[in-house]
Design a protein around this ligand. Structure first.
Ligand code: FEO
Length: 164
């Protein structure tokens, strides 16, 4: 059994992961509307991965005998000024999620909750990967600059992302 405080924090993280899923789906819809089908496909896969992150925590809470409590999801943004602006927002969002995960891990350590601490290791590693992959995409956008053909090539490249 985990503490009530830890269960509350993990429930809040379910909400943050579901919001991530919602945000990336909104980004995917923006790309669909602006005809960047590859970026849209990439964001749709990202969205479903975030849903899986939420479900990992959902299942963990059930496994340790805690109550899952779902809350309201914030409305995500729906317009951006450019494809780069979308990925910059995604990057900012992942840094925010990383900070949340680190705080959860700190709490687990402080409570000497070894099970939750070990459970959170997967998320700590996942955040390194997510921040790195979005950083790389932003670097590619910066290399491209105003080159439209290169932008279409990047759209095609990201569209080839396979589901994990
Ligand atoms: Fe589930 Fe992208 O953090």
């Amino acid at each position: 059994m985990i503490s009530a405080k830890m269960a509350k924090a993990l429930n809040e993280q379910i909400n943050a992961e579901l919001y991530s899923s919602y945000l990336y789906l909104a980004m995917s819809a923006y790309f669909e509307a602006t005809n960047f089908k590859g970026f849209a496909a990439w964001m749709k896969i990202q969205s479903s991965e975030e849903y899986e992150h939420a479900m990992k925590i959902y299942n963990y809470l059930i496994q340790v005998g805690a109550r899952v409590k779902l809350a309201v999801l914030e409305k995500p943004n729906e317009e951006w000024k450019s494809p780069l602006a979308v990925f910059e927002d995604a990057h900012k969002h992942e840094l925010y999620i990383t900070d949340r995960i680190n705080k959860l891990a700190n709490q687990a350590v402080a409570e000497q909750d070894h099970a939750t601490n070990i459970f959170l290791h997967w998320f700590v590693n996942e955040q390194i990967e997510e921040v790195a992959s979005i950083t790389l995409i932003i670097e590619k956008f910066n290399m491209i600059g105003d080159n439209k053909s290169a932008l279409f090539i990047l759209d095609r490249e990201l569209g080839m992302r396979a589901k994990a």
